[in-house]
Design a protein around this ligand. Structure first.
Ligand code: ATP
Ligand code: MG
Length: 450
C-alpha cells in the first residue's frame, strides 16, 4: 500500500493569500503567516488556523510525537477546561493571577481554561498509581492552552490561546527523575533539529526549588523576546543519538559544559571567566521549549504518593516538559524565509511540491501536470497543484510566498518535450528534467543543498 498523501488542487482549496503587507504585523513571521493565508486573528492573541497553517502545525506535531515515543513518553489527552478545586489544592489558584482565565458554570462551579496541566495530571496519577513498580512514567498531551497574556503580540508567537505539547514525568526518587529529565533534554534537541532548527539549551531559573535541572530551548532570532548569553561552540554540537537505554550523562554534559544562560540566570563575571572573549555570544532568541524538574512540589501539595521498595509511601518526583507547538510555526518562519516569502524545511512543509500549470486548458500542459500530480501523490508526496486560470507571474509569486520546498513548472514548450522545470525554493536553482527524472528529484528533500 502506498503512503497516504494529502495533495490538493488550488482550484478547490482554501488559500486566501494577501498581496499587501498587513499593517498590524510587526515581525516577518506574523506578516508571512497572514499573507500566506495560514492564520486569521479572531480576537487579540486568538487565531483560526486556515488549511495551510494547520498542515504546518500538524507536521510539527508529528515530529514531536515521534520523538516523544522514541523517548518512552506516552500520549494522552486532557481537557482544556479544568476544575478550580485541584488548583486550590496546589495553591496555584490564587498565585496564578490574571493570566488565568476563570469561568463559572451554570451551577456556580469554578472552572478555568488550563494554562498548564501539573495539577490535573497529578490528580490522575494519584488516583491510579500506587506503587513504585509502575514507575517511571512520562505522560504527555498536545492541547490548546489559554494564558491571558498582558501583551499578546507577534501573531502566534505570543498568543493567548496556543498549542502546547506538555509532558509530565513521575519517578520514585531524584536519581531516576534525572534520567527522565535527560531523556526529554535529548528528545527536545532531536525534535527541533528535525524541524530544521538549531535550538540551544540554556540554563533557566528553577524558582524556589533550586537545583540545576531547568533548561529553556532557544532558537536565535533578532525578533525573539528572550536574551541569552552563551559560549558560541554550543551551537555547533552534533544532534544526540536517541540511545535512551544507554548512559545519557555524557551527552548532556557535552552541552551543559558550556556556559549558556537566559538573562534571569546570567552572571556577567562567570561569563567573562568561563568563556574566551571571541566565543562570547549575546543574542536574542525565541523560547520554543522548556523542561523542568520540580521534585515533590505537586506530589506533596496534592498527596500523590507511591509505595517505595521499603513499603513506605513517598511523594513522587516530578518534572514537566513543554514545547510551544504553535509558536514553532512562527519560529521556523523567522529562521527560514527571504524577501519573497517562507522557505519551509522539508520535514515541516505544508506540501512538499508546488506544481504550476502555466496554461490550464492546454492539452499537453494538462496531461503532463495530471500525470505528475498523480504519480507524486501516489508516491506519498503532498502536492499543491496550481491549476487555476491566472497569470504566470501571480502563480510564481504565490508559490514563493507559501514557500514549498520544490516548485515544478509545466508550460506549453516543456509539455511538448515532456519536460518539467523544477525550482529549489531555498537556493533558486533550476533544472529542466524529463518526467521520470523530475519525479526522482521531487521525491527527495532539497534541504541538504541549502
Ligand atoms: P514565555 O517566557 O515565552 O512567556 P513561559 O516560560 O511562560 O513562556 P512555559 O510555561 O515554559 O512558557 O511553556 C512552555 C512553552 O510554551 C514555552 O517554551 C513556549 O514555547 C510556549 N508558550 C508559552 N507561552 C506562550 C504563548 N503565550 N504563546 C505561544 N507559545 C507560548
Ligand atoms: Mg518557560
Amino acid at each position: 500500500m502506498s503512503p497516504i498523501s494529502q495533495s490538493h488542487r488550488m482550484s478547490n482549496y482554501f488559500l486566501p493569500t494577501l498581496k499587501e503587507t498587513p499593517s498590524e504585523a510587526q515581525i516577518v513571521s506574523h506578516r508571512l503567516m497572514l499573507r500566506a493565508g495560514m492564520v486569521r486573528q479572531s480576537a487579540a492573541g486568538i487565531y483560526s488556523w486556515l488549511p495551510l497553517g494547520l498542515r504546518a502545525l500538524r507536521k510539527i506535531e508529528a515530529i514531536v510525537r515521534d520523538e516523544q515515543a522514541k523517548a518512552g513518553a506516552i500520549e494522552m489527552l486532557m481537557p482544556t477546561l479544568q476544575s478550580a478545586d485541584i488548583w486550590r489544592e496546589s495553591g496555584r489558584y490564587e498565585d496564578y493571577g490574571k493570566e488565568m482565565l476563570r469561568i463559572t458554570d451554570r451551577h456556580g462551579r469554578d472552572l478555568l481554561y488550563g494554562p498548564t496541566n501539573e495539577e490535573l495530571i497529578t490528580q490522575i496519577f494519584r488516583d491510579n498509581v500506587v506503587s513504585y513498580k509502575d514507575l517511571p512514567k512520562n505522560l504527555y498531551h498536545i492541547q490548546w492552552k489559554f494564558r491571558d497574556e498582558i501583551r499578546p503580540r507577534f501573531g502566534v508567537m505570543r498568543g493567548r490561546e496556543f498549542l502546547m505539547k506538555d509532558g509530565y514525568s513521575f519517578d520514585v526518587d531524584e536519581a531516576s527523575a534525572r534520567v527522565s529529565y535527560y531523556k526529554m533534554f535529548i528528545a527536545y534537541l532531536r525534535s527541533f533539529r528535525r524541524m530544521g532548527l538549531k535550538a540551544m539549551p540554556v540554563a533557566a531559573d528553577t524558582g524556589p526549588i533550586g537545583g540545576e535541572l531547568s533548561h529553556e530551548f532557544i532558537i536565535l532570532a533578532d525578533t525573539g523576546e528572550s536574551e541569552v548569553f552563551c559560549h558560541s561552540d554550543i551551537l555547533n554540537l552534533p544532534v544526540p543519538e536517541a540511545d535512551y537505554d544507554g548512559d545519557l550523562g555524557p551527552t548532556i554534559e557535552s552541552f551543559t559544559q558550556y556556559y549558556a544562560r537566559s538573562d534571569e540566570m546570567h552572571d556577567a563575571d562567570m561569563f567573562a571567566q568561563q568563556v574566551p572573549a571571541e566565543k562570547q555570544l549575546t543574542a536574542r532568541g525565541i523560547e520554543v521549549g522548556h523542561i523542568f524538574y520540580f521534585g515533590q512540589k505537586y506530589s506533596t501539595a496534592m498527596n500523590a504518593q507511591v509505595a517505595g521498595p521499603d513499603g513506605k509511601d513517598t511523594p513522587v518526583h516530578g518534572g514537566s516538559y513543554g514545547i510551544g507547538v504553535s509558536r514553532l510555526v512562527g519560529g521556523i518562519i523567522e529562521a527560514s524565509h527571504d524577501e519573497d516569502g517562507i522557505i519551509w524545511p522539508w520535514a515541516v512543509a505544508p506540501f512538499h511540491v508546488g506544481l504550476i500549470n502555466l496554461k490550464p486548458g492546454h492539452e499537453g500542459c494538462d496531461a503532463l501536470c495530471e500525470s505528475l500530480f498523480e504519480t507524486l501523490s501516489q508516491n506519498g508526496l503532498d502536492v499543491l497543484y496550481d491549476d487555476r486560470d491566472d497569470r504566470a507571474g501571480a502563480k510564481f509569486s504565490t508559490m514563493d510566498l507559501i514557500g514549498l520546498p520544490w516548485q515544478a513548472v509545466i508550460g506549453p514548450r516543456g509539455a511538448e518535450g515532456g519536460e518539467v522545470e523544477i525550482k529549489n525554493r531555498a537556493t533558486g536553482e533550476k533544472h529542466v528534467l524529463v518526467l521520470d527524472a523530475a519525479i526522482a528529484l521531487l521525491s527527495s528533500s532539497p534541504d541538504s543543498a541549502k
